[in-house]
Design a protein around this ligand. Sequence first.
Ligand SMILES: CC(C)(COP(=O)(O)OP(=O)(O)OC[C@H]1O[C@@H](n2cnc3c(N)ncnc32)[C@H](O)[C@@H]1OP(=O)(O)O)[C@@H](O)C(=O)NCCC(=O)NCCS
Length: 202
Amino acid sequence: MEYRGLLYRVEPMRTVDIEEVMAIERLSFPNPWPASAYRYELEHNPRAHYYVARSQPAPQSSLGWGGNTRGVGTASPLVGYGGFWYVAEEAHISTIAVHPEHRGRGLGELLLASMIEKAISLEAAEVTLEVRVSNQVAQELYRKYAFHQVGRRRGYYTDNHEDALLMSLGEVRRSSYRQRFEERLEKLSYRLRARSEAHRAR
Ligand SMILES: CC(C)(COP(=O)(O)OP(=O)(O)OC[C@H]1O[C@@H](n2cnc3c(N)ncnc32)[C@H](O)[C@@H]1OP(=O)(O)O)[C@@H](O)C(=O)NCCC(=O)NCCS
């Protein structure tokens, strides 16, 4: 799937991206992962699927997500990232974050949708994740894509012993969900494209 003319593109995370990922990680989480955790995921974990979102520097190189990025290099800033582990037909989202200056523009949704899309292509039966009880923003994002609470892990987070909600998207294989997902993607694409056009008209 290609979305031309967007302000952002999504592509697989590489080891050279880790420094930029870490800058956003530190701004986004009270308990940031160390760089070595990302290095391990990228270099040694065959079940890991990690992505980054970058601003598009030039309209003619726009591909939205999953596109060919040859020749673009790393000149455009990294503005968000996300990743999941794929084990036994379950895609478990381990992280997602957007640079604070780029939040509220559809980018977190673009990253989440990219991961769900990848999970669909892997024929996942379920997509799961944990989220802090207090993190209403992220919970809203997940509910928008039909995740619902299936459990609660008491004192899951080590920094403040906050509970985690375990959320699941269990209908990912259903044609009715795929239909709704496609409709959501269309709306997201429209939103991002409108923003991109407004940005370029400035
Ligand atoms: C969670 C996060 C990734 C969302 O990214 P974002 O780019 O700001 O989100 P988007 O602009 O794509 O918004 C998508 C949806 O998220 C929800 N959302 C976003 N901002 C919100 C806000 N301030 N209040 C309530 N819901 C909000 C809405 O459902 C929104 O859909 P809508 O625009 O149709 O209302 C971002 O806030 C972030 O990086 N937070 C810090 C890290 C984090 O908490 N990660 C989640 C760990 S589980």
